[in-house]
Unconditional design. Structure first.
Ligand SMILES: Nc1ncnc2c1ncn2[C@@H]1O[C@H](COP(=O)(O)OP(=O)(O)OP(=O)(O)O)[C@@H](O)[C@H]1O
Ligand SMILES: Cc1ncsc1CCO
Ligand SMILES: [Mg+2]
Length: 267
């Protein structure tokens, strides 16, 4: 069954408002994530210092936090930003990169979760471990399937009253009551580093435009990635040309094509 969500309409309204998205992401992702947001039609700003992160979060449309290259200083900025975003009523998105890998990351993730993210976006291994189950993940890449993570995603969404998005071959989004699957993308996507991190930032852009509908906003962001990924893969020779073709495909994607090609089904 195809859901009634107009992903194209959400892309159009996101572009119309060009939301300012406060991204605290990792050193690997910073450049590609900013380019992905610009191509899609949002306005990214990478601001992480504790001295200004709280102030900036309160003026941005949404905040995204990614712990990929974590340090103590950055964690302080993340916490200030999350507190300020919540106080200002702005949605914020958490990407708990490899949170299972070290005690530092585990503790940081628990502290950030306690600050009540609106949305968590992660790969299957990260979601399984976040739900307290044994995942096969070691570093930043997933070693589990989305299907294996679906129950954990639903449990997490209910436990923390948030939207959870698990990405992989077919993505899964849930708010604990409603769930959807988004098919598409390309096997080249996990071959390009930090596309998941970039997607987390794009989820922030859609959530900024639709703060009352984080489930729909997340679904639309994932569908946008899935369709742009398919288009980019058509003529890509490998991960290198896929990466720039993907940015071009995002910029070229029009709302009606997105509506036509998006494969979103209720789960
Ligand atoms: N095998 C695949 N086929 C199609 N799409 C895929 C595949 N693997 C990942 N994707 C897509 O790639 C994007 C990034 O998801 P992924 O799960 O790889 O994130 P991630 O592991 O957090 O990435 P990173 O940590 O490198 O940023 C999503 O849009 C997802 O749907
Ligand atoms: C490779 C890598 N290392 C830390 S963060 C990151 C980007 C993908 O998550
Ligand atoms: Mg990741």
């Amino acid at each position: 069954m195809t859901t009634a969500i107009s992903t194209g309409g959400m892309l159009a309204s996101m572009r119309q408002t060009a939301p300012l998205v406060h991204c605290i992401t990792n050193f690997v992702a910073m450049n590609i994530a900013a380019n992905v947001l610009l191509a899609a039609g949002a306005s990214p700003a990478m601001v992480h210092a504790d001295e200004e992160a709280g102030e900036f979060a309160s003026i941005a449309g949404a905040l995204t936090i990614n712990i990929g290259t974590l340090s103590t200083d950055w964690l302080a900025g993340m916490q200030s930003a999350a507190v300020a975003a919540a106080k200002a009523g702005k949605p914020w998105v958490l990407d708990p990169v490899a949170h299972y890998a070290t005690a530092f990351r585990r503790a940081a993730t628990a502290e950030l979760l306690a600050l009540r993210p609106t949305i968590v976006r992660a790969n299957a291994s990260e979601i399984i471990a976040l739900g307290g189950r044994q995942s096969r993940g070691q570093g930043v890449d997933s070693r589990d399937t989305v299907e294996q993570a679906e129950d954990s995603a639903i449990e997490l969404a209910r436990r923390h009253d948030m939207v959870v998005a698990v990405t992989g071959v077919v993505d899964f989004v849930t708010d604990g009551n409603r769930s959807a699957r988004i098919a598409g993308g390309s096997a080249l996507m996990p071959q390009v580093t930090a596309l998941g991190c970039s997607l987390t930032c794009l989820v922030g852009a859609f959530a900024a435009t639709n703060p009352q509908a984080p489930f729909e906003a997340t679904t639309a962001a994932l569908a946008t990635f899935a369709v742009a990924g398919e288009q980019a893969a058509l003529h890509a020779a490998g991960p290198g040309s896929f990466a720039w073709r993907f940015v071009d495909a995002l910029a070229a994607l029009d709302p009606s094509t997105l509506d036509l090609k998006a494969r979103v089904t209720a789960a």
